[in-house]
Design a protein around this ligand. Structure first.
Ligand code: F6P
Length: 563
């Protein structure tokens, strides 16, 4: 194990103190976005960035030129650039697991083979070897060359996985839903049997392919669901008379209907899946950073290799930008630093992500794992305690639905909630309501919300509408609610890859400032262990008596009412 270099304590840097003083000055001057815009005609130009086809406007954030300067200085003080370079070159920056962090290698072009040898492995060559196998397999399934055990082509895929082995593929599958799909994919993640039974309802085992996705191939939910779907599939094939249920026919059915994605190919084989039907990835790909590894197989099955290549190219474009752009102009780094600004100086507790595109409806859920499993930590990468508040609570919902739900609190509540708005100029489904382009109505809402949040509505403006004096305060909008607008051309695979990589690196920047290892996830272990201990207590009194009083009482209730 390499020696672990202690992170710089960001709170003891002069840059941190400068930011704190700067924040106090802004507060006493009663910072106003309206004023920022009126006094600086260059504000929008200075705070707008073109990241490939994404246009990102940071101008409605609670920052001045001085803030940006100080944030960049803070980023330099904690060594964002050298740590970024260490990550890209395969240093073991995941210290608690002693691993390299190389999801960025997953999207490097094949021509980079030989350029990244880490721990003796030619990472890019290995990535493309697996990609090529996946593409060949997907082409066979999509064209009907690959057949189920009765000789019928595959129409449906059941994907079993959870966390990073589910959220990324589902999000991408949904996000690209405007494109034609060669197969339908049904994602089963929850150990709740309701999930499985709803997803396999109406499927024909003869035309269904199961993809079991698990980095470790030990996850309770996934292994339980994998066994359950195997029982469903073999039972269905037997009752339909497609197989006789003997060992040979079962083995043939599994070979035709089961594939796996994992880093643990030994356990895949023990489960009974032919190693020929297994697609590997590596310990240097974290679960929540793995949608662009073999974990994305279901996406390739649905949309095809070309679309996946576009997705990877989008990721790679942001990787290159993040590496090559000086921090001052690096919108990826600036977004991460601004999140720190809000969390640590403005006391923001959470961060909303609001996609004005229904196809992105799973994007907030995806980001929740990416950001919170990465940075929800109170220990730094050398085992010492963090020195400031860390992590942001990410949440959100597709616009305009959210407007009729929780936006009230963002506009007029007492919490400061920085919000990222994501929208696209072009829609896959143009439609008119009479003369009105409906997509433009959506875009008008996106723009109206960011405008209202930034500039609000004054008491004078409310009075001018003839509002009774006692009601004026209820109708005032303070403004100064920070937003970032991410505006793209259209939601395609390339833009989606860019969006995901953008948030991956934002998360990295925040983690670096806080001194956190953003690539481990020890916080999920205790619950997993306790679930194993608790399971016998439903039936066994000795196991029950070993539980705490509250858990005992809850199990007693369960025992009383269960049928
Ligand atoms: O919940 C913890 C976690 O390890 C996630 O980080 C991961 O994405 C998920 O479980 C699934 O793990 P696996 O892919 O090993 O089944």
């Amino acid at each position: 194990m390499a020696e672990v270099v202690a992170p710089i304590d960001v709170t003891h840097t002069s840059e941190w103190t400068a930011l704190r003083d700067h924040h106090e000055r802004l507060q006493t001057r009663e910072f106003s976005l309206k004023q920022c815009f009126s006094t600086d005609p260059q504000r929008v130009r200075k705070l707008s960035f073109d990241l490939g086809e994404l246009h990102i406007d940071l101008s409605k954030n609670l920052v001045t030129d001085e803030t940006v300067k100080l944030l960049v200085a803070l980023g330099r003080a904690v060594g964002i650039e050298p740590r970024r370079d260490a990550m890209f070159s395969g240093a073991h920056i995941n210290t608690t697991e002693d691993r390299a962090v190389l999801h960025t290698a997953l999207r490097r072009p094949a021509s980079d083979a030989g350029a990244l040898i880490v721990d003796g492995q030619d990472c890019v060559a290995d990535v493309h070897e697996v990609l090529d196998r996946m593409y060949a397999f997907a082409n066979d399934v999509r064209s009907g060359v690959w057949k189920g055990v009765t000789g019928r082509a595959i129409t449906d895929v059941v994907s079993i996985g959870i966390g990073g082995s589910d959220l990324g593929p589902v999000m991408v599958y949904e996000a690209l839903g405007a494109l034609p799909r060669a197969v339908r994919v049904h994602y089963v993640s929850n150990i709740d049997p309701n999930d499985m039974s709803e997803k396999v309802k109406g499927l024909d085992p003869e035309t269904t392919l199961v993809v079991v996705v698990s980095k470790t191939f030990t996850t309770l939910e996934t292994m339980t669901n994998a066994r359950e779907v195997r029982t469903w599939l073999l039972g269905g094939l037997t009752s339909q008379g497609a197989i006789d249920g003997g060992d040979e026919s079962v083995a043939k059915a599994i070979a035709s209907h089961f594939v796996a994605v994992s880093t643990n190919l030994k356990l895949v084989e023990e489960f009974g899946i032919d190693p020929q039907n297994a697609f590997g990835f590596w310990s240097w790909v974290g679960g929540r950073y793995s949608v662009d590894a073999a974990v994305g197989l279901s996406v390739i099955l649905a949309y095809g290799p070309e679309v996946f290549d576009e997705l990877l190219a989008g990721f790679h474009e942001v990787d290159t930008y993040f590496c090559e752009t000086p921090l001052e102009q690096n919108v990826v780094a600036l977004m991460g630093l601004m999140n720190v600004w809000y969390a640590n100086f403005w006391g923001a507790e959470s961060h909303a992500v609001l996609p004005y595109n229904q196809y992105l409806h799973r994007f907030p859920a995806y980001l929740q794992q990416l950001t919170m499993e990465s940075n929800g930590k109170s220990t730094r990468w050398d085992g010492t305690a963090v020195t400031t508040k860390t992590g942001e609570i990410f949440w959100g919902e597709a616009g305009t639905n959210g407007q009729h739900s929780f936006y009230q609190l963002i506009h007029q509540g007492t919490h400061l909630i920085p919000a990222d708005f994501i929208a696209f100029a072009n829609t896959a489904n143009p439609n008119r309501d009479g003369e009105q382009d409906v997509h433009e109505l959506l875009l008008a809402n996106f723009l109206a919300q960011t405008k209202a949040l930034a500039f609000g509505k004054t008491a004078e403006e409310v009075r001018a509408e003839g509002t009774a004096e006692w009601m004026v305060p209820a109708r005032v909008f303070e403004g100064n609610r920070p937003t970032t607008s991410i505006f793209g051309d259209e939601l395609n695979a390339h833009a989606l890859g860019m969006l995901v990589a953008l948030y991956e690196h934002i998360t990295f920047v925040e983690g670096t400032v806080w001194g956190i290892d953003s690539f481990d996830q020890w916080g999920v272990e205790l619950g997993k262990q306790l679930a194993k201990q608790i399971t016998p207590a439903f039936h066994d009194d000795e196991a029950l008596s070993a539980q705490d009083e509250s858990t005992r009482a809850l199990i007693a209730f369960y025992r009383k009412v269960r049928r």
